[in-house]
Design a protein around this ligand. Structure first.
Ligand SMILES: Nc1ncnc2c1ncn2[C@@H]1O[C@H](COP(=O)(O)OP(=O)(O)O)[C@@H](O)[C@H]1O
Ligand SMILES: [Mg+2]
Length: 261
């Protein structure tokens, strides 16, 4: 389903000594870790740990106070959010953020970047009109929806008609439409029922077979162990450890947070 040929990198993304303050709060402190290409990396830690803030600094929706973000060996710390999508980094939000009145297919079409100045960002942050849907764009949209397993029958319905789990899949289809190789998923499994969770499991495996790289915030450590190759454990702004999920689950600090032990 991938439309681009990629030169393979071992470390797709590296963040080095990232810092972010909000007023007097040091929300992220010297965060350093790497994301290996074509793997699933989990980002774990209690509420307020700084996970979403790290996501925002990787995507460029907030500026870093200090530190560096390197993608495919290039320093992108000062690159705009919109430009980073073009580099191949895209994210979902903790809340789903589909445009409820647009159809399912139109929601995915906003991710397609054929038309300069009409991409993901304009429509996501300043919903205008999604027009000029050329044949090629719509073919790509349907390929993305096929990939995540959304039934063709519902694709012209308003996005708000879909179940929560389906809407989450559509938000991932929208990322695929950007042709991004690094997908940042903020709590993709929260609120999913068992059946939707099974769909997500299968989708994640497909994304990896397709050559994508995933960094995801996940609260359920059992799912992290099942789905992630490595994980980054944050608490109160610090990266406490980067290791395999099994190793992290042996850490006293992590056990206290997750299992109260
Ligand atoms: N835009 C903001 N303005 C002020 N404080 C913020 C902002 N975003 C996050 N914070 C604070 O920074 C800390 C880390 O938040 P966040 O990155 O959302 O954590 P997590 O995603 O791990 O729950 C929290 O204490 C939160 O209240
Ligand atoms: Mg968060």
């Amino acid at each position: 389903m991938r439309r681009k040929a990629w030169k393979w990198e071992k470390m797709l993304l590296e963040i080095t000594d990232l810092n972010k303050h909000f007023g007097g709060l040091h929300a992220v402190r010297n965060a350093t870790f790497s994301v290996e290409e074509n793997k699933v990396t989990g980002l774990v830690g209690p509420n307020g740990a700084g996970k979403t803030t790290v996501f925002n600094m990787i995507t460029g929706t907030i500026q870093v106070d200090s530190g560096a973000v390197t993608f495919r060996g290039a320093d992108i710390t000062r690159v705009t959010a919109q430009e980073r999508v073009r580099h191949g980094i895209a994210r979902t939000f903790q809340d789903v953020r589909l445009l409820p009145r647009l159809s399912v297919a139109e929601n995915v079409a906003v991710g397609v970047q054929n038309q300069p100045g009409e991409g993901f960002f304009q429509v996501l942050f300043a919903p205008v009109h999604v027009h000029r849907r050329e044949k090629e764009t719509m073919e790509h949209v349907h390929a993305c929806l096929d990939f995540v397993g959304i039934n063709p029958k519902v694709r012209n319905e308003p996005a708000s008609n879909l179940s929560y789990g389906e809407q989450k899949l559509v938000s991932i289809a929208r990322l695929l439409a950007t042709d991004s190789r690094l997908l940042l998923l903020d709590e993709p499994t929260s609120g999913l029922d068992e059946a939707s969770l099974d769909q997500f499991r299968a989708l994640l495996a497909k994304l990896i077979s397709d050559g994508r790289t995933v960094l995801m915030v996940e609260h359920n450590m059992l799912l992290v162990r099942e789905l992630c190759d490595q994980a980054v454990f944050m608490a109160t702004g610090d990266v406490l450890a980067v290791d395999t999920p099994e190793k992290l689950m042996e850490m006293e600090e992590l056990r206290e947070v997750y299992f109260g032990a």
